[in-house]
Design a protein. Structure first.
Length: 171
């Protein structure tokens, strides 16, 4: 395996775990502040995705760990995919510095599609989640992935910092 592929795998794996952790922490904080059991939101989403009857995993305030684990497995896979694709964009932007604009637009588009996709799925499945909760978790997860990836690619960060939009001639 080439050094590039190893770095891309490590960046994607760690970035995905960091982003996943940010989203899980946000959901847990929301559940605690709302006075619900830990992983309540994950259980609701898991029930909807797995077709479990409403509150089937939340009997007497208890959360079914199987449903939570199943949902978190699907969620982790999605965040890892996002992080691997984001890592590839960062790698390409580092190889071709002028590509960073395209990478940024693609990263933002993937973040927005992820937010919209989760919101659409929750509506289709009948799970009532605040759009603000979904938006905040999506943004925090994406920022965590971006921070991890850019933290390991200082040459790209320096290039972006030093580049000037005024240097681009608009005719």
């Amino acid at each position: 395996m080439t050094e590039h592929r190893k770095r891309l795998l490590i960046d994607g794996l760690v970035g995905g775990l960091v982003g996943y952790g940010a989203v899980v922490a946000t959901f847990i904080a929301y559940d605690v502040v709302s006075g619900r059991p830990l992983f309540h939101t994950a259980a609701l989403l898991g029930e909807a995705l797995l077709g479990v009857p409403a509150d089937g995993g939340l009997v007497a305030g208890a959360v079914d760990p199987g449903i939570v684990l199943a949902f978190n497995g699907l969620h982790l896979g999605a965040v890892l995919l996002f992080a691997y694709l984001s890592g590839w964009l960062v790698y390409e932007a580092e190889l071709h510095p002028d590509f960073w604009y395209v990478s940024l637009v693609m990263f933002l588009a993937a973040t927005i599609l992820g937010f919209g996709g989760v919101l659409a799925v929750t509506v289709m499945l009948g799970v009532v989640l605040s759009p603000w909760l979904v938006a905040v978790t999506a943004v925090l997860g994406a920022l965590a992935v971006a921070a991890w990836l850019l933290g390991g690619h200082w040459s790209l960060v320096r290039f972006i910092r030093d580049s000037r939009l005024s240097d681009v001639a608009i005719e």
